[in-house]
Ligand binder design. Structure first.
Ligand code: ADP
Ligand code: MG
Length: 683
């Protein structure tokens, strides 16, 4: 194996980068030459040709590139504390006056007679051509083409980054190791790597840049997918718990199920059944909108593992959810020979000891709980299935900690925050997906209206009428976000106002994040029993709470919430057969806000909404993306490049599964993505 003689790839190797610049670059997340080469421009300027100064079209608003000799240099001080630097630039066709305000240090950069190229917008001012604060470089224009625009930080100029990148590219021509290269050439590898990088930073045209970007994006995605395939292949090699076909326990479970499964639920369970009866451990994500009935699917999977002589665990993100699951399981398993237990942070010490004992002996077959499940002393006799509800609320680590309590147990993740179908397969390269796209019958669409402050009184009147008719309402308070305390104050104030002056004749309650778990639960339970008619809440209303008699969800300050969250909140109502309403009380906001609220009014399907959400917010915000330990992408855009992603996934899979060696793949991944992705793969 040949290695670069220069093992050191720090940017300090580049001329002109000392301690000071190194620190500045570090702020951009750039400390090594490979990182610098992957620090792609955020945009480009057209500097493909020099425009004669005298013929610059003054009507055009676009900045232009000019080149000439410096004439007079003048600094004027129109008043105290203000300086204007005026530098005249001549070419054969005319002259332009370049101006800078309050940047006296600029003066040093110029001397009469030097050649300078300048890029900026030319305006006609007081009968003269002027260019305000142009971007100047000494000499003839360097980049003949599109000039890159990089994200900057205070103290670092475009020209600094450009210069550093140029030097890095020069080095990379002789030291190929400095360029993150795909683990092997792909079907999209058209240009030699150095050239592709060069075309990305200093393209001659938009077309050229796009070609290079496609190649680099593809190679990046290819590597990522190769890594995920590798991980999957390793997991596949582990022997799973091979379950037998469904027996009497499942039959009994089905027989006493109070409803027929929806198509989506049936398909999801068929997938699960298939996985569990197979040779390798199940790794499946079940996506389904709020209310689509994921719990019963989990119960079926757990029944199956119990029938095969193993134990199962169900982990939920909150106490309330865990105990709701527990109660539902008790109902679903009524009369069946299955022992179910609940373990949360609030399980009493004595009960806990007994429970852990029964768990270790195998007497408890299904354990439901919160994070409490991952504590060290929670030990199973034979854990065969781990279910994580609302999986995005847990980190990779927590989920894995639970898995490690068994030997290669089957795993099932459930989420109500779907990632668009177009993305899931490729993004979660290592998970199988089942989507429940239908809702149990009889559910009505929650009528959703976005309204302004002027409607508040009328909304209150509507709520009053509804509560008089025996139904219940939620009011979610504006999210202030500065601190939980501020949120709490806002919630308390609204609660007091509603309780004392707006709805004095109704029973109101308040829940917020600062409440102790017990207290919170008491309020939620009172609401659930109908003792509280109107529940004021900060955004903590727990996902999954089920109160079918609640029919109005008023979200105050709806402009502050994201689509995913609004949709989750809306899912709290419309859980029975009564018509339900979601009212989004919002201040007039940006175009994006207006769009978001409009989507809420018109789209009721969580999958479709999540696609819109992605478009509005961009990949960086992709819910759950980071939690999955997936790496940052530089050239690729996970949303724009979905087609490339699927193609890369296929090619990577046939490569990884066709060849044997892991070493080159791992090496390429390490160089490209660094340690964190590596960790994910080694888990
Ligand atoms: P989620 O997918 O949001 O977790 P749940 O599992 O909490 O949804 O189910 C919501 C409600 O729908 C529960 O009250 C559950 O009993 C009910 N339910 C689930 N499946 C069906 C079905 N096939 N038919 C009728 N009701 C169902
Ligand atoms: Mg649920």
């Amino acid at each position: 194996m040949t290695r670069s003689i220069f093992m050191d790839s720090s940017i300090r190797r580049l001329p002109g980068i000392g301690v000071r610049r190194e620190k500045l670059f570090a702020r951009l997340g750039v400390t090594t030459i490979p990182a610098l080469l992957q620090y792609f421009p955020r945009d480009y300027e057209d500097r493909s040709h020099v425009v004669p100064i005298g013929r610059a079209d003054l009507e055009r608003k676009e900045p232009v590139l000019v080149c000439g000799r410096v004439g007079t240099i003048q600094e004027v001080r129109p008043r105290r504390g203000m300086t204007i630097l005026k530098v005249v630039l001549h070419d054969e066709t005319g002259a332009v006056e370049m101006t800078w305000f309050n940047q006296p240090f600029k003066k040093k950069q110029f001397h009469t007679g030097m050649t300078v190229s300048a890029f900026g917008r030319i305006e006609w001012n007081y009968g003269r051509r002027q260019m305000n604060t142009p971007d100047v470089e000494e000499g003839e224009p360097q980049g003949q083409g599109f000039m890159p625009l990089y994200g900057l930080t205070d103290g670092l100029r475009q020209s600094d980054v450009r210069k550093a990148v140029r030097q890095a590219l020069t080095l990379a021509r002789t030291e190929q190791d400095l360029l993150p290269a795909p683990c092997r050439p792909t079907s999209h590898s058209r240009f030699p790597l150095v050239e592709a990088y060069e075309m990305m930073h200093f393209p001659k045209s938009r077309e050229e840049q796009e070609k290079a970007r496609e190649q680099l994006a593809y190679e990046e995605l290819f590597d990522m997918q190769a890594g995920l395939c590798l991980r999957r292949r390793r997991e596949g090699r582990r022997q799973g718990i091979k379950c037998g076909p469904n027996g009497p326990l499942l039959k009994q479970f089905f027989d006493q199920l109070p409803f027929a499964l929806t198509r989506g639920q049936t398909c999801a369970f068929l997938d699960i059944q298939n996985d569990m009866e197979g040779e390798v451990p199940m790794q499946r994500l079940v996506q389904g909108d709020v209310g689509s009935g994921k719990t019963v699917v989990a119960a079926l999977a757990l029944a199956k593992i119990v029938e095969n002589g193993y134990q199962g665990a169900l982990m939920a993100p909150t106490e309330i959810l865990a105990s709701q699951h527990y109660e539902e399981f008790i109902r679903l398993f009524q009369g069946l020979p299955v022992r179910i237990a609940l373990l949360t942070g609030r399980t009493g010490a004595r009960d806990r000891v007994q429970l852990l004992e029964d768990l270790q002996s195998g007497a408890v077959q299904i354990l439901i709980g919160t994070h409490a499940l991952i504590q060290d002393d929670v030990q199973f006799a034979a854990l065969g299935l781990v279910v994580t509800d609302e999986q995005h609320r847990f980190g990779v680590r927590q989920r894995e900690a639970l898995q490690k309590k068994g030997r290669a147990p089957h795993t099932l993740y459930m989420t109500a925050t779907p990632i668009p179908r177009t993305l899931t397969l490729s993004l979660y390269g290592d998970l199988d997906i089942s989507s429940i796209r239908d809702l149990p019958p009889g559910r009505q669409v929650v009528k959703t209206y976005a309204v302004g402050e002027s409607m508040r009184r009328r909304i209150y009147a509507f709520m009053e009428k509804t509560m008089k008719a025996g139904q219940q309402c939620y009011v979610v308070c504006p999210l202030v976000e500065e601190s939980e305390n501020v949120d709490l104050q806002a919630a308390t104030a609204l609660y007091d106002q509603l309780r004392t002056s707006v709805f004095p004749r109704f029973r109101c309650g308040l829940v917020h994040g600062k409440m102790a778990g017990k207290e919170k639960e008491a309020v939620m339970e009172a609401f659930s029993r109908g003792e509280i008619q109107l529940l004021v809440a900060t955004s903590v209303i727990e996902v999954g709470v089920n109160v079918p008699n609640a029919t109005i969800m008023l979200i105050d300050g709806a402009e502050r919430f994201g689509l995913a969250q609004l949709h989750q909140l809306r899912g709290r109502v419309g859980r029975g057969s009564l018509q339900a309403y979601c009212i989004l009380l919002a201040k007039k906001g940006s175009e994006e806000t207006r769009q978001r609220l409009h989507y809420m009014e018109t789209i009721h399907d969580g999958f479709a909404l999540s696609e819109k959400d992605l478009l509005l917010r961009g990949a960086g915000q992709l819910f759950g993306y980071a939690q999955h330990g997936l790496p940052d992408l530089h050239a690729a855009d996970i949303i724009r490049d979905v087609a490339l992603l699927s193609e890369a996934r296929e090619e990577a899979a046939s490569f990884v599964n066709g060849h044997g060696a892991e070493e080159p793949v791992l090496r390429a991944l390490k160089r490209r993505f660094g340690g964190s992705f590596q960790k994910l793969l080694n888990n």
